[in-house]
Design a protein around this ligand. Structure first.
Ligand code: AMP
Ligand code: MG
Length: 407
């Protein structure tokens, strides 16, 4: 049996190179840029007013004072979006709105709040400095400048930035096509009544949500009974259209655990089965052509743990993220935590911040069949086999999950 580190290394070695795709900007949220982006235009696009007020020629006001008030004729309004070419002559001013083009000759803005208007004239009793409240063309960036690097995540800020550059299509790494199959004859979809011996199917909900959280819409989500024929048919079907297949349940040593049998029949190459860890020991990983196949033990806490520990980094890597694994940190333990002689413990934990110090507490209900603690989990407490038992106040390693604030 291999350990957690070896399992991660084996997965990493089998991940196919991400492919590229051009997508409409609106569909690019959560994707990663596959190419550097250069600015197709300068920003700001043109000299424009940063305030509502009046645009002037500062030269006209050099001699303005309390005793020598200067009157400028207000010759019109310039609104945001006005395209007309204008020129200010000596002795004139325009009323101007935020975002409107600066007319030729205008070199400064007097903000509306500071302006005295009298019978169509602006009255000034002091000079106005040049270059006030004007956003200059290209002051943020020049046309042709590299503004985003390959490997950048497209998040709401990036989205707005690319839109302001006028980009409506972007080259990103393709999102992996993922299928999810839950196995188990005892499973019932939430909303239906349970019969004797049945439970609600929760794993596919959890994994579908985890994928959605990564902006991946699974191509198939299915629940199948523990039946060789249906499992074979379903797998055959999804293998053809998936880059990653996530199977849940049926991968252990039970008489009706058919997953490994069917994968073997379909010529999936087993890379590993079973990892020295708790929970999730019977986790399986294989590959068929370019498709990765994960078999996660069906207990919900095992699915959760194995998903974030193994599937999540694989999907991040395939999506083109430069960093794929969960962020690891040493934080202060809130209680004593015992380790295990043989296996890495991956305990559900909650990391939080007290007076600037990050602490973690291992949550109650660690049983791999228990889900209530998942509502609070935002980290795994990682205890390698035979590691020194942790005392309250000691530092302990945690893997931070991609969701759940720690403050
Ligand atoms: P298995 O790995 O198939 O032996 O399943 C282990 C345990 O997890 C059993 O108690 C199953 O009933 C439970 N289980 C398996 N799959 C699911 C699922 N999709 N939703 C909820 N519980 C499950
Ligand atoms: Mg089962």
């Amino acid at each position: 049996m291999i350990d957690v580190k070896q399992a991660l290394a084996k997965i990493k070695a089998k991940i196919p190179k991400p492919s590229m795709q051009v997508v409409p900007l609106k569909d690019a949220l959560g994707s990663v840029l596959a190419l550097d982006v250069r600015a197709p235009l300068a920003l700001p696009v043109f000299d424009n007013s940063a305030m509502d007020g009046f645009v002037l020629r500062s030269k006209d006001l050099l001699k303005a004072s309390q005793r020598n008030k200067i009157r400028l004729k207000i010759v019109g309004d310039i609104c945001a979006g006005d395209t007309k070419e204008r020129k200010i002559k000596s002795g004139e001013a325009y009323r101007i709105m935020t975002g409107a083009l600066i007319p030729a000759g205008g070199d400064t803005i007097l903000i509306k709040e500071n302006a005295l208007v009298d019978a169509g004239y602006l009255v000034l009793d002091a000079p106005v400095q040049a270059n006030q409240h004007i956003r200059r063309k290209g002051e943020e960036l020049k046309r042709g400048e590299r503004v985003l690097r390959k490997g950048t995540l497209i998040h709401p800020g990036t989205m707005g930035f690319m839109a302001t550059l006028g980009l409506n299509r972007v080259k990103v790494f393709a999102r992996p096509r993922v299928s999810v199959i839950a196995t188990g004859s005892e499973l019932v979809v939430p909303g239906k009544a349970l019969k004797r011996g049945q439970i609600y199917e929760s794993n596919s909900w959890m994994v579908r949500a985890a994928l959605q959280d990564m902006n991946i819409t699974p191509v198939e989500v299915k629940t199948v009974k523990d039946n060789l024929k249906t499992l074979r048919q379903t797998l055959k079907h999804v293998l053809q259209k998936s880059d990653v297949v996530i199977l849940m349940g049926g991968v252990s040593v039970g008489e009706y655990d058919y997953v490994k049998t069917v994968l073997e029949e379909l010529k999936v190459r087993k890379i590993f089965w079973r990892v020295k860890q708790k929970p999730g020991k019977p986790v399986y990983f294989g590959k068929l052509k370019q498709t990765l196949i994960f078999g996660l033990p069906g207990n919900p806490a095992s699915v959760f743990t194995c998903f974030y520990k193994y599937v999540y980094p694989a999907l991040r890597c395939m999506s083109g993220f430069p960093v794929a694994e969960l962020e690891n940190q040493a934080v202060t333990a809130e209680q004593d935590i015992g380790s295990d002689a043989k296996r890495t413990l991956l305990l559900k934990g909650k990391v939080y911040t007290v007076s600037g110090q990050r602490r973690v507490s291992a949550l109650r209900h660690q049983g791999s069949h228990m889900l209530s603690s998942l509502c609070e989990t935002n980290a795994f407490v990682v205890l390698p086999p035979k590691s020194r038992s942790i005392r309250r106040g000691d530092k302990v390693q945690v893997d931070l999950l991609p969701f759940g604030r720690t403050d």
